[in-house]
Design a protein around this ligand. Structure first.
Ligand SMILES: [Zn+2]
Length: 56
């Protein structure tokens, strides 16, 4: 997973260690504080100390 702004509605991300699956039910709004977006400060979503991967 690169950044939350790339995560699209309905996509599922999984943890390959424990099998957790997360579905995007609302996309990132790509706006945090003024002048800062998720494009410039990517968020990292992790489980079991690893990044979640997109389920294909
Ligand atoms: Zn996990």
């Amino acid at each position: 997973m690169s950044k939350c702004s790339d995560m699209k509605l309905g996509e599922v991300y999984i943890c390959e260690d424990c099998g957790l699956e997360l579905e995007v039910v609302k996309e990132c709004g790509n706006e945090m504080t003024e002048g800062t977006t998720c494009e410039s400060q990517p968020c990292t979503l992790a489980c079991c100390n690893k990044e979640l991967v997109k389920k294909s």
